[in-house]
Design a protein around this ligand. Sequence first.
Ligand SMILES: Cc1cc2nc3c(=O)[nH]c(=O)nc-3n(C[C@H](O)[C@H](O)[C@H](O)COP(=O)(O)OP(=O)(O)OC[C@H]3O[C@@H](n4cnc5c(N)ncnc54)[C@H](O)[C@@H]3O)c2cc1C
Ligand code: SF4
Length: 518
Amino acid sequence: MTSGPVLVPILGDQLSHALSSLADRDPADTVVLMMEVAEETTYVRHHKAKIVLILSAMRHFAAELRARGWTVDYVALDDPASTGSFTGELARAVARHGARGVQVTEPGEWRVRQAMDGWRDTLGVRVRILPDTRFLCPLPDFFAWAGARRELRMEYFYRDMRRRTGLLMEGDKPAGGRWNFDAENRGAAEPGLVPPLVPGFEPDAITQEVITLVEQRCAGHFGSLDRFAWPVTAAQAETALEAFLTERLPLFGRYQDAMLTGQDTLYHSLISPALNLGLLDPLAICRRAEAEWLAGRVPIEAAEGFIRQIIGWREYIRGMYWLEMPGLAEANHLEATRPLPEFWWTGETPMRCLAEAVRTTRDNAYAHHIQRLMVLGNFALLAGIRPQEVSDWFLAVYADACEWVELPNVAGMALHADGGRLASKPYAASGAYIDRMSDYCGSCRYKVKQKTGPDACPFNALYWHFLARNEARLAGNARLFQPYATWRKMSADKQAEYLASAEAFLTTLEPARPGWAR
Ligand SMILES: Cc1cc2nc3c(=O)[nH]c(=O)nc-3n(C[C@H](O)[C@H](O)[C@H](O)COP(=O)(O)OP(=O)(O)OC[C@H]3O[C@@H](n4cnc5c(N)ncnc54)[C@H](O)[C@@H]3O)c2cc1C
Ligand code: SF4
């Protein structure tokens, strides 16, 4: 047994000074290890902005740790001696420092957890894996909650989280008399709506250096770096959060589901990249949103809608990921086998809504929730695209994409690939929904009100094609009773017309060429 220091590896999404692995450590007896490993930047070919964000945030965090007195051993991406994997780098660091043990916060990804569980055997030193206390619902509590129920619905989990945190509670009752103000949060986009500008952050010398590195090493990856302006430190993330709370939160609820051409951010917070990396604390954010409501500066539906996303959806999604893995990664309940179309990478499609969603994704490594769910996800669901290809795409292209949050959203919420464990019915919609919530259809080559034929909005016929081909699996779902009743009332000729129209459209889809995602 050596008497060297304890090694504390900090992963790219663990950039929090309050991290559990640091909490009981003495800087005099600890070496923090940070690793930019090639395996993590290339196992899917991430958007260039996502890689820049993570590496720049890691480098800034390492500098902050050093300023606070920690010894940081930092392995850069272009270190010629790097083995390119977490396990390889950890083994090298244990030997380099003569470490007597390793202490680490549990990772956000199943694949990394598997590797971490093997460290005890491979490293020959004591390995302590601690819970990630940045999440508000410990995993054992989530498993207990899930184990006691037949149906795992977010709404009930969310109510428990309100009670647990005391957020928006008046005694044991929900503030404002209701748990959920979603009905008030369905405002459509009004043409001419001009949301406040989102603050951007000019790349500093550290970020510039990473941009150069990524342009060299990841030239063929999807996405542009021209508009890179994500916060890369906790201080910048705080500035961005403050601007959201004061300028956009008041209308966050009303326009949460809206979509508008050229308006990539609307009233959304854009906090997910910083939050998922650990630069922001979820409970602190929610307390600030609650304080805005208490001070009378935002309506209850805005504060409640926003807090529900974080203590409700975000925590629930994380619990579901760990509950359902590893099966979730392979789930394909609807047996969808169509390859991902090439236009998901190029944006070259006459479908205006999809072209816009891919454009903002390429330019910003961001699209808001309704673009992800009701445009991209809805299309993939209706067209029957293989969930694993859709998931690879979502994991690669968004700055906030970590598998624990991306996979349940894609496989569970958007594609119903989990057979309805996460969402009680598929989020399938025809063009009418997109028309109602956006201004896209007016400038689209397709006609949203036309149901079939070469000029009809493809979503219309695809919607019925989806229901028809999945009738055996979905007709028993009580929430789909009405659409199936409508389908059955249609004449055989009308049904055949819908199916032929959808088939004709599907044959035009060019599969993505290999190499975009992996
Ligand atoms: C198909 C699909 C894929 C997604 N992939 C990701 C992903 O890789 N990473 C990711 O962080 N989110 C993902 N989401 C959830 C959600 O779309 C994003 O969190 C949100 O768009 C981020 O933008 P924002 O910060 O402006 O969010 P806001 O609209 O301002 O919401 C505030 C916060 O609530 C949380 N939140 C809201 N909805 C969800 C949700 N469904 N699951 C988890 N957290 C939620 C996020 O932390 C978000 O930052 C996905 C959703 C779908 C439908
Ligand atoms: S008409 Fe259809 S394809 Fe075109 S923007 Fe509207 S919903 Fe999208």
